[in-house]
Design a protein around this ligand. Structure first.
Ligand code: 7RM
Length: 636
């Protein structure tokens, strides 16, 4: 098990050095010892960031589901692979063993084949967080079909755009879905989408809610009867290392969504290795990531990473607020969850509520807490640490992207000392660097710049589906021979990284570059404030000035607004300096968020600049009603 499981800081540095000095030797050892291959690679790595071209384990052959399922059967066949917790707490949880998952995936794979699906075909999966979602994803991988999971909270238009972009032949969906107290008519959304998708030949429909749906003759089929008839045995399709495994769309602030393409071998090796170390997973642990499989976090750290390690991974159908704000903690207690991985937006939402929702439950099983998706502000970090981890569970603030496939910067729990708001050190094999405005690398510590990665890692996306030029232009053209992340970061005196936010959101005030995260962090520390977002707006003298949108906690509602404004600016002055003081502060009921919970500062910027005619693409927006109320209030 050499190097596979890092145990202390000294070992981290030692392994890190090895991984950087001799990446090919390092990754070859990991790949050799921990996975099942049908054929060995000829070359570990071939790369050229100018094209860009990256190939890991070239000419090796494998199937990721053989690694996630088949190889576990003889040693842990009866172990729970997926622990499904339904939306309704009254409905029984399901423990799906590795044997059962293997059989369900095989049957599903055979159903796909019977419908003419072959290696390389694209299949769109539009399902709620139910076991069939995992089964569908793995069934595609088993036969070499390329899955494109679309988060089942997206609209018909978002869905049809994604289906057409990669010419999907089939959609796998359900009649409806449960989300908290709501029931959503998923099939209806699909029907509207498919009016614009001539390439779809078949729709397979899972029965979940039992609502009446329309079934289009010849196109739509109920899945269960097909599964009942299907053969329980399906040999894997032997894949080349660099064959596409999946496409996952990510929407930037401009242009149409980008279909990031991930390939088989490197993705498997990196997600498995990071999962094992960053969550310190041990054989009998129960691991829970609260993301949706519709995001990269769900792909890599609900499904592939955990299953490649033979882990028990929880899949939760519901939302943190149903039936009440204690639901997460109820589940942690009920299933004795050992590793819990969630997003700052969820933590901030729960921290707004009464502490009794957390205190009611026994959370002593927890050993590791994770955070991902946005910078975690200091107040949320402490709330998480004190009330969930009881100061005993290290928090891993994991920085990564859809494009990176796996976690790139993160502490290793019980190994790397943590500091609030810092993602800390690069993971093994990752070579980050900070760049200045003149495209020069910034040396030394206590510096700030644009975050780039200098060397390939196994799980990086290889292209954008159908648009390799856009892939090059977006990620490899800003800095020669480097992958540009789009994020800004600071590096402190010990070399720890702190992500300061997207560089598109950086605001230049009187010539100073200000990242959004540290300022929002200072604001959120005010006891009356729950959440905030800052953007820039034009200013005659300073070039730009800062506009803050601030959500008050219940307790803050009664406070005098002007006093609060003063206190906020005082706090910013103390923590950052007078340069970062806000010129305008608007108290709001909510902030515009993407469906994955990230604040959409782009929309707030338009509001701050009084330019609300054209808000751009808001199809991925979770809460359009909030935008309207902010605009109204801003005009007052
Ligand atoms: C995994 C995921 C990627 C963007 C990324 C950052 C932000 C993610 C952190 C973070 C600060 C973190 N993929 N981001 N994790 N910022 N600290 N720990 O979120 O493609 O949806 O988003 O998210 O800006 O570039 S993503």
């Amino acid at each position: 098990m050499s190097n596979y499981h890092i145990k202390n800081l000294e070992e981290y540095f030692q392994v890190y050095r090895k991984s950087v000095r001799n990446p090919e030797v390092f990754w070859e050892e990991i790949a050799e010892e921990h996975f099942v291959w049908r054929k060995r690679w000829d070359k570990v790595l071939q790369w050229d960031f100018t094209k860009p071209e990256v190939k890991w384990f070239e000419n090796a052959q494998l199937n990721i589901t053989e690694n996630c399922l088949d190889r576990h059967l003889s040693i842990r066949g009866d172990k729970t692979a997926i622990l499904f917790e339904p939306n309704n707490p009254e409905e029984e949880a399901q423990h799906i063993t590795y044997f059962q998952l293997h059989e369900r995936v095989s049957k599903m794979a055979n159903v796909l084949k019977e419908h003419g699906i072959k290696k390389g075909d694209r299949i769109c999966i539009y399902l709620p967080m139910i076991p069939e979602l995992a089964v569908a994803v793995l069934a595609c991988a088993r036969i070499g079909a390329i899955h494109s999971v679309v988060f089942a909270g997206f609209s018909s238009i978002a869905l049809s755009t994604r289906i057409n972009d990669c010419d999907c032949k089939m959609v796998i969906t359900s009649d409806g879905s449960y989300r908290g107290a709501k029931t959503i008519d998923l099939k209806g959304i699909v029907d509207v989408a498919l009016e614009d998708c001539p390439g779809i030949e078949t729709t397979l429909v899972v029965k979940r809610t039992g609502v009446k749906v329309e079934m289009k003759e010849g196109r739509d089929k109920w899945l269960q009867p097909l599964l009942d008839e299907a053969h329980a045995d399906c040999p894997v399709e032997v894949m080349d290392a660099e064959d596409p495994l999946f496409i996952l769309y990510t929407s930037g602030s401009t242009g149409k969504p980008k279909g990031m393409v991930h390939t088989c071998a490197g993705y498997m090796v990196y997600t498995a290795y990071t999962f094992k170390n960053i969550f310190q997973y041990r054989e009998n642990d129960v691991y829970w990531c609260t993301a949706d499989v519709g995001w990269i976090t769900g792909h890599s750290y609900i499904l592939y990473g955990p299953l490649a390690n033979g882990a028990t991974t929880v899949m939760f159908e519901g939302v943190p607020s149903y039936p009440d704000f204690g639901r997460f903690w109820e589940i942690v207690e009920k299933h004795k969850v050992n590793q819990f991985y969630t997003a700052p937006t969820a933590i901030r939402a729960l921290a707004k509520e009464n502490l009794s929702f957390v205190e009611k439950y026994d959370l002593s099983s927890l050993k590791v807490l994770g955070s991902v998706g946005e910078p975690i502000n200091e107040e949320a970090w402490h709330w998480y640490n004190n009330n969930v981890g009881k100061k005993k569970s290290p928090i891993v603030d994991t920085w990564w992207q859809t494009e990176t496939g796996g976690i790139l910067i993160s502490p290793i729990p019980y190994v790397t000392p943590t500091t609030p708001t810092y993602a800390t050190l690069p993971f093994i094999g990752i070579q980050p660097t900070l760049m200045d405005e003149n495209e020069k690398e910034i040396a030394g510590n206590q510096v700030e710049g644009r975050l780039c990665i200098k060397f390939p890692w196994p799980s990086m996306a290889r292209t954008i589906w159908g648009n390799h030029d856009r892939y090059r232009d977006t990620y490899f053209s800003a800095y020669k021979n480097k992958y540009f992340t789009g994020d800004g970061a600071m590096r402190d005196e010990v070399g720890y990284y702190r992500i300061t936010g997207r560089v598109d959101d950086v605001i230049i005030v009187s010539g100073h570059n200000l990242g959004t995260a540290p300022i929002e962090d200072a604001i959120n520390e005010h006891p009356a404030i729950a959440e905030s977002a800052i953007v820039g707006f034009p200013h005659d003298i300073k070039g730009n000035a800062l506009y803050g949108f601030v959500i008050l906690k219940e307790t803050g509602q009664k406070r005098d607004r002007d006093n609060l404004r003063k206190e906020i600016n005082q706090q910013i002055t103390e923590q950052i300096g007078p340069i970062a003081k806000l010129d305008k502060i608007q108290f709001v009921v909510g902030l515009p968020k993407t469906r994955s919970g990230k604040i959409m500062r782009r929309i707030l910027r338009k509001i701050a600049c009084n330019d609300t005619e054209n808000l751009g693409d808001i199809s991925t927006l979770l809460n359009p009603e909030v935008v309207e109320s902010i605009i109204k209030e801003a005009l007052k």
